[in-house]
Ligand binder design. Structure first.
Ligand SMILES: Nc1nc2c(ncn2[C@@H]2O[C@H](COP(=O)(O)OP(=O)(O)O)[C@@H](O)[C@H]2O)c(=O)[nH]1
Ligand SMILES: [Mg+2]
Length: 665
C-alpha cells in the first residue's frame, strides 16, 4: 500500500430482499474495475434463493480502496445488516422502486437515523417500472426522520427511464447498457421537472446552511463545487439522505453512485469517533464471526486506527494467515490498515464486539441483539448426535447473534430462538450441511401451571415395617388456595411437640416435592399448606419418613381440592405500520388476546403499537401471521406477565396431552 493512499472506506449495502443489493455490489465491482468476487457463495444461498449472510468484497475506484458489504435482505436476518451498518462509513440502502413497498425501508432508516450513520438511497430496478419518482420519494420520506434529497431527475422516453439529470451539475446522462452513461444535452421535456427538483434540493441543503439560504433569497446561483461541498458535509453529519436512481443489472446509475461515494462518503475516523474508539495506536473491532470449513473460526475485524500485521500477537496468540476478504475468495494479506476489513483466523478468544487495542483484547458489551420472535424445540434426530448438536449450535449462534438457545426450565427441551421460520430453517440447513447434524423441531411447550380452588384438611400417615427399624410419620395439614401470583406458602401450628421440631422442615420438603406435578400434571402454585398436628414414633420416625408423609399428603389431598389449569399470559406489544393496525387487532383477538389499547409507536412515524394480554400459546407463531399481513414489517415484544385460569375444552386438551406424555394422575 502506498503511504499516501487514502484509508479504505466501507460501504454497506442493505435493503429489502430482492431489491438488488447483490446485483448492485457486483455492478459496483465491475464498473470500478475490481476483480470479480463470487458473492452469495454460501451453500444455503441456492436452497433459500436469497443472500443468507453478509458478502464481503473489495474494489478500488480511481485509486481509492473500498470495502463493500452486501447484506442479506430478509427481515429475519436483520441483525446482520444492523451489525454491518454500525461499522460502516456509509450505508447504501437499495430500494425497491414501488411506492407501496416503501415501508420495507423503515427498519434501516430508523436505525440509521437513531445512530446518525450517513446513508444514501439507491432506487433500483428503474428499468422495470414507470413509478413516479415524486410519489416514491414522498412514500419513503414518511419513514425517514431526515429529509430525503433527490440528486437526480429521471429522463423518460415513452414512459421508460432512459437517463437522468444530475441536479447539482445540471448535466444530463443517457444510460447505456452495462456501460458508463453518455453525456447528452438536457432534453426540453425534462427541463421543467429538473428546475423544480433542483429547487427542492437547494431548499433542503439551505435548511442546514445559512450562507446558502442567503444566496437563494438573493436569487443567486451557488457554484456547483460549493453545492458538492455542502452535500458532502450534510451527508457526513447525517443531516440529509441523498437519493440516486438506477438499475443494477443494466449498470444504470452505477458510475453516478460511485462518484457520489468517492466524493461524499466520510473517512474511517468518523465511524471510529461515532463508536467512541479513541486511544491506542492500533485499534480494530470484531464486527462478525464466521466458522469456515477447514479454516475454523475467523474473526472479521475492521481496523479503525493503525494496523494489524501478519505475525503480530493478539492476547499472546499469533496472528497467522490474515485474510483479505473478497466474496468466496479469502486471500492472504500481510497487513490490514485503517479502514480495512480483514479476517483474523483462529484466535478463539475473539468475540463479536471485542476491541483489539495494541494487541490486547478489550471486551466491550455489544449492543443488544434483536429480541427473539419465534422459537422451536430442537433435538438431534439421531440421539448419538446430541453432543455434536450442541457444539454446532454454539457455532452458528456465535455467527448470528439474533439466534439463541435456552433450556426450558419445566420441560427440559432445548429451545432455539430466532426471528422467524425462515431463520429456523436456515439454522437447520446450516446444521445439516456444515455440521452433518439433522434436527427435528416442534413448537415448544408452554409453561402451564395448576392451582386449587377449594381448601382441604388432610391426614396422611406414612408407615412401613420391614425388618429392623420401621418408618413412621403421621401429619395433619390444612390446604388453602391463595390469590393468583402468591406462589406457595408453608407454615406450621404444632402444639405440644406432636411433630418434633427437627422433622418439620422435612415435611415442608416433602410437600414441595409433591407440588412439582399436581393432579393435572403441572407444577402446583398459589396455595398455602399448614402443618397443624401429627404423631411420631420414638424409634421409627425420622426425616425421611416425614418427607414421605408430606409428599403423600399432597398426592392424596390435591385431587379433592378442585384443581384448575393455569396458563401463562404474556404482555405483548405489536408494532405495525398504521395501515395494518386493525388487522393486527384481529390477529390478537383470534388468539384469545385481550387488547389493552393502541397508540402511535414512539419514534416511528407511520407506525402503531398495539398492546394486549396474550396466552403464551398464542405468542409462539404470532410473528408468522403478523408478517404475512404486513409485508413482513410488523414485529412484537413480549414478556411473561401472569398466570390465568384456563377452563373448558382448551384446558381439557392440554391436560389430556400431558397425560399422554405420562404426566398427571
Ligand atoms: N430488471 C432488473 N432486475 C434486477 C435489478 N437488480 C437486480 N435485479 C434482479 O433481481 C433479483 C434479485 O436481485 P438481488 O441482487 O439478488 O437482490 P438482493 O436480495 O437485494 O440481493 C435478481 O434476479 C437480479 O438479477 C434491476 O435493476 N433490474
Ligand atoms: Mg442479496
Amino acid at each position: 500500500m502506498k503511504e499516501n493512499m487514502r484509508a479504505a472506506r466501507s460501504a454497506v449495502l442493505v435493503g429489502p430482499q430482492g431489491a438488488g443489493k447483490t446485483a448492485l455490489a457486483a455492478a459496483i465491482i465491475a464498473r470500478s474495475g475490481g476483480a470479480p468476487a463470487a458473492l452469495d457463495a454460501a451453500p444455503e444461498t441456492k436452497e433459500f434463493g436469497m443472500t443468507t449472510e453478509p458478502n464481503f468484497a473489495r474494489t478500488d475506484y480511481l485509486g481509492e480502496k473500498w470495502m463493500l458489504t452486501d447484506c442479506p435482505g430478509s427481515i429475519e436476518l436483520l441483525q446482520a445488516s444492523i451489525d454491518m451498518m454500525e461499522a460502516a462509513d456509509i450505508v447504501v440502502i437499495v430500494a425497491d422502486p414501488h411506492a407501496e413497498r416503501a415501508g420495507t425501508l423503515s427498519h434501516y432508516l430508523k436505525f440509521l437515523d437513531d445512530r446518525a450513520i450517513p446513508h444514501v438511497i439507491f432506487v433500483n430496478r428503474l428499468d422495470e417500472t414507470q413509478t413516479r419518482i415524486r410519489d416514491l420519494l414522498s412514500a419513503m420520506q414518511a419513514h425517514s426522520a431526515r429529509p430525503l434529497v433527490l440528486r437526480q431527475a429521471p429522463i423518460r422516453e415513452g414512459g421508460k427511464i432512459v437517463g437522468a439529470v444530475d441536479l447539482v451539475s445540471e448535466r444530463a446522462w443517457k444510460y447505456r447498457e452495462g456501460a458508463p452513461s453518455e453525456l447528452i444535452a438536457l432534453p426540453d421535456g425534462a427541463k421543467e421537472r429538473e428546475r423544480e427538483a433542483r429547487e427542492a434540493l437547494l431548499d433542503t441543503l439551505a435548511d442546514f446552511d445559512d450562507g446558502l439560504m442567503e444566496q437563494i433569497l438573493e436569487d443567486k446561483t451557488p457554484p456547483s463545487d460549493e453545492l458538492y461541498r455542502l452535500m458532502a458535509k450534510e451527508l457526513e453529519e447525517d443531516l440529509i439522505v441523498p437519493v440516486v436512481l438506477g438499475s443494477a443489472t443494466h449498470g444504470y446509475g452505477v458510475t453516478r453512485l460511485l462518484k457520489l461515494l468517492r466524493h461524499e462518503a466520510p473517512n474511517v475516523d468518523r465511524a471510529a469517533a461515532r463508536q467512541r474508539l479513541n486511544g491506542g495506536g492500533n485499534v480494530a473491532s470484531v464486527i462478525r464471526t464466521i466458522y469456515a470449513p477447514h479454516a475454523g473460526k475467523i474473526s472479521i475485524a475492521r481496523v479503525w486506527k493503525g494496523a494489524i500485521k501478519e505475525g503480530s500477537a493478539i492476547n499472546g496468540g499469533r496472528v497467522s494467515g490474515l485474510l483479505a476478504l473478497n466474496g468466496e475468495t479469502r486471500g492472504k494479506t500481510e497487513i490490514a490498515a485503517a479502514g480495512d476489513i480483514v479476517g483474523i483466523p483462529r484466535i478463539d478468544d475473539l468475540h463479536f464486539g471485542d476491541l483489539i487495542v495494541d494487541g490486547a483484547i478489550k471486551r466491550r458489551e455489544p449492543a443488544a441483539a434483536q429480541p427473539a420472535l419465534y422459537a422451536l424445540a430442537v433435538r438431534a434426530k439421531n440421539d448419538k448426535d446430541d453432543v455434536k448438536l450442541s457444539t454446532a449450535l454454539a457455532k452458528i449462534i456465535e455467527e448470528d447473534r439474533s439466534l439463541s438457545t435456552e433450556r426450558h426450565g419445566d420441560t427440559g427441551e432445548t429451545v432455539l430462538k430466532g426471528q422467524g421460520d425462515v431463520h429456523m430453517r436456515l439454522a437447520a440447513a446450516k446444521l445439516r450441511s456444515r455440521y452433518n447434524v439433522e434436527i427435528a423441531t416442534a413448537p415448544p411447550k408452554a409453561s402451564y401451571r395448576e392451582t386449587i380452588k377449594a381448601p382441604a384438611d388432610h391426614h396422611a400417615r406414612h408407615k412401613k415395617q420391614s425388618g429392623g427399624h420401621g418408618q413412621f410419620a403421621d401429619i395433619k395439614v390444612r390446604i388453602k388456595p391463595l390469590a393468583r401470583g402468591e406462589g406457595f406458602k408453608f407454615d406450621e401450628a404444632i402444639h405440644g411437640g406432636s411433630v418434633p421440631r427437627q422433622f418439620i422442615p422435612a415435611v415442608e420438603a416433602g410437600v414441595v416435592e409433591g407440588l412439582a406435578a399436581g393432579p393435572l400434571g403441572f407444577p402446583v402454585v398459589d396455595l398455602a399448606v399448614t402443618l397443624h398436628d401429627g404423631q411420631y414414633h420414638s424409634v421409627d420416625s425420622n426425616e425421611m419418613s416425614f418427607k414421605m408423609a408430606g409428599r403423600q399428603a399432597m398426592r392424596e389431598a390435591l385431587p379433592g381440592c378442585q384443581p384448575a389449569l393455569l396458563e401463562p399470559i404474556h404482555r405483548v406489544v405489536v408494532h405495525t405500520p398504521t395501515a395494518h393496525t386493525s388487522k393486527a387487532h384481529a390477529i390478537l383477538s383470534s388468539r384469545r388476546g385481550q387488547i389493552l389499547g393502541f397508540d402511535a409507536r414512539e419514534g416511528w412515524s407511520g407506525w402503531d403499537s398495539v398492546t394486549a394480554m396474550l396466552p403464551e400459546a398464542g405468542v409462539q407463531d404470532l410473528i408468522i401471521e403478523l408478517r404475512s399481513i404486513t409485508q413482513g414489517l410488523a414485529t412484537f415484544e413480549s414478556r411473561f406477565d401472569h398466570y390465568a385460569e384456563l377452563h373448558g375444552r382448551d384446558a381439557e386438551k392440554i391436560v389430556a396431552e400431558r397425560r399422554k406424555e405420562g404426566g398427571g394422575g
